[in-house]
Ligand binder design. Structure first.
Ligand SMILES: C[S@@+](CC[C@H](N)C(=O)[O-])C[C@H]1O[C@@H](n2cnc3c(N)ncnc32)[C@H](O)[C@@H]1O
Length: 318
């Protein structure tokens, strides 16, 4: 078992509410996450998939009545069983953490839209977007990593996407190219590389790798990516920024930067899981107005992994 570094412990404790909250967080990070899957509605309806999986003897629940595509496999499975089933191979479901699904629920990509997913591999969110877009419009899915882009491609193919274009570029370079071409998007997802403090349940090794310099470095990279993406939004277009981390330098600080630098504002949205508002201040730095619309997802609140997201509307050039 990995133990948290004292600085990480101190920072997390100052983000959490009270003793009960802290205790729940430090306990749950050592418990493996639930088995959640998302029905790929391009291929099958949630009802039929549920019946098929139940006929294998799996216990399935649908915890969110408004989002029937989100399924929990409550029976004990052998390691790798979720990925080996025929239904998975056929692309009828995607194994995905519930908190990670929230980025797409927030973005709400619709049929016929032009969508950019700038850091897309391995495609958990791209494939969800494809199904909400009913395989229409276009989603441009980009990632800079060679191996991960191959997995993205395989996942989009497995899930039956016919509306996606895959590129392999550094996000900043791709944005400059698209800007020169004058291409603008209805919606952009920025699911940026991050320090992964929210993934401790599935990836306990993150505790060992954690360090503040990495957070500062990632925060700079994230700022560059988001600054290059905003000019690609249509007027009144929306952007979702998400990370699987809790550190304010990678979350509210970047949202505050976006609000200050561009003509953008955070949008109030409702999600089907318990979220806490973004923080208004961190280590003496007061963030711009709008943090109340940011969503902090802690693992102890919904028995998920940890996550952060915010939706912003672009009001056009200043
Ligand atoms: C959090 S992961 C994305 C997960 C993905 N959105 C999903 O839901 O499956 C971040 C991704 O950003 C990619 N990445 C890192 N730096 C990048 C850059 N400068 N430009 C484009 N992609 C980058 C990484 O290869 C990684 O796949």
């Amino acid at each position: 078992m990995y133990t948290p570094k004292p600085l990480f412990e101190q920072r997390m404790n100052s983000l959490l509410k009270d003793e009960e909250d802290k205790k729940a967080f430090w306990q749950i990070i050592h418990i493996p996450p639930q088995n959640s899957i998302r029905c790929n509605t391009i291929k099958i309806s949630p009802e039929i998939l549920k019946n098929k999986l139940e006929s294998k003897g799996w216990k399935i629940s649908q915890p969110y009545p408004q989002y029937k595509e989100i399924l929990l496999v409550e029976s004990e499975l052998s390691p790798g069983e979720l990925g080996k089933s025929i239904e998975h191979i056929l692309g009828e479901y995607y194994v995905q953490e519930i908190s990670s699904m929230m980025s797409i629920i927030a973005l709400n990509p619709s049929p016929g839209e032009l969508v950019l997913d700038l850091c897309a591999s391995p495609g958990s969110k791209t494939t969800y977007a494809v199904s909400l877009m009913k395989n229409t419009g276009i989603i441009l899915a980009n990632d800079k990593d060679n191996v991960r882009t191959a997995i993205l491609s395989a996942n989009l193919q497995r899930c039956g996407s016919t509306n996606s274009i895959i590129t392999r570029h550094d996000a900043v370079i791709l944005c400059k190219k698209l800007e020169k071409l004058g291409i603008k998007f209805d919606k952009i997802l920025l699911d940026v590389p991050c320090s992964g403090e929210g993934t401790l349940r599935s990836s306990p090794k993150t505790l060992e790798m954690w360090n503040l310099n990495m957070i500062k470095k990632l925060s700079r990279i994230q700022k560059k990516i988001i600054s290059s993406a905003v000019p690609l939004l249509k007027e009144n277009g929306s952007l979702v920024y998400s990370t699987c981390t809790h550190s304010p330098e990678e979350n509210e600080k970047n949202i505050s930067f976006l609000i200050e630098r561009f003509n953008m504002e955070t949008e109030k949205i409702s999600l089907p899981i318990k979220c806490r508002q973004g923080i208004a201040e961190w280590q003496g730095e007061i963030f711009k107005k709008g943090m109340e619309n940011c969503h902090r997802i802690y693992p102890q609140d919904n028995n998920t992994e940890g996550f952060f997201l915010a939706k912003l509307k672009f009001r056009g050039e200043k």
